[in-house]
Design a protein around this ligand. Structure first.
Ligand code: DC
Length: 214
């Protein structure tokens, strides 16, 4: 049995938590593909490069190794998210990260991947596809609470502006833009807590399994 679960959606929609919990439930490996782009963005910044320079970003993506992904605290900052969104617009960067993600999706038994283009580009063959979203104000509130709890000071207005800028950039780019796959199920978590959102996600996966006799 192979079960590939694709979880796409905008920043702070809850897709990462949902993907991690689905992976645990079904005993599947999980790849947070946003971390790859975050690591590339941070490599460029740490080398003193510019986020507008496609050649440096592509080189950083080609040379990515597991050690670049190990420091979670460094990769989960707002700065890393913004850098990720910028380098993610380069065709060369996306091409350099394609094979690794497709190999992860193709492993025996299946996998869960979350990102922006999993159901459309990385694993269009996925049996279960979810597009997780929520109103921008709700996503900004969730992210603001997380950051404030970690002692990071940011105003709510700045947080909302960050989220909207990132949505526009991720959805507006020419290469593999963030878009709901035609066969993905929309899960709007605006009025849901994490438990309700996870239950809804599990029901979507169960329906996909029944449909595919898995
Ligand atoms: O999911 P995240 O917030 O960690 O992603 C950070 C950025 O990386 C996001 O703004 C766009 C980019 N990204 C992408 O273009 N494609 C993916 N599959 C995952 C992330």
């Amino acid at each position: 049995m192979t079960l590939i679960i694709a979880v796409d959606g905008p920043a702070a929609s809850g897709k990462g938590t949902i993907a991690a919990r689905l992976a645990q439930t079904y005993g599947l490996p999980h790849l947070d593909t946003g971390l790859l782009y975050r690591a590339v963005g941070m490599k460029v910044l740490e080398a003193g490069g510019s986020l507008d320079d496609e050649a440096s970003a592509t080189q950083a993506a080609r040379g990515l190794d597991p050690a670049d992904l190990s420091d979670d605290a460094r990769l989960t900052t707002g700065e890393a998210g913004e850098a990720a969104s910028r380098v993610a617009g380069f065709v060369g960067v996306r091409a350099a990260l394609l094979e690794l993600q497709q190999a992860f999706a193709a492993q025996a038994g299946g996998a869960v991947l979350d990102g922006r283009d999993i159901g459309t580009v990385i694993a269009p063959e996925a049996q279960a596809k979810l597009f997780v979203t929520a109103a921008p104000e709700v996503r900004a509130t969730r992210r603001w609470k997380q950051l404030t709890a970690r002692g990071i000071e940011i105003s709510f207005a700045d947080m909302l502006a960050d989220i909207q800028r990132r949505d526009d950039r991720d959805a507006g780019r020419g290469s593999a833009p963030m878009v709901q796959a035609e066969d993905a199920v929309l899960l709007d978590t605006t009025d849901m807590g994490i438990e309700a959102a996870f239950d809804a996600a599990r029901r979507i996966v169960e329906a996909a399994r029944a449909k595919h006799d898995l």
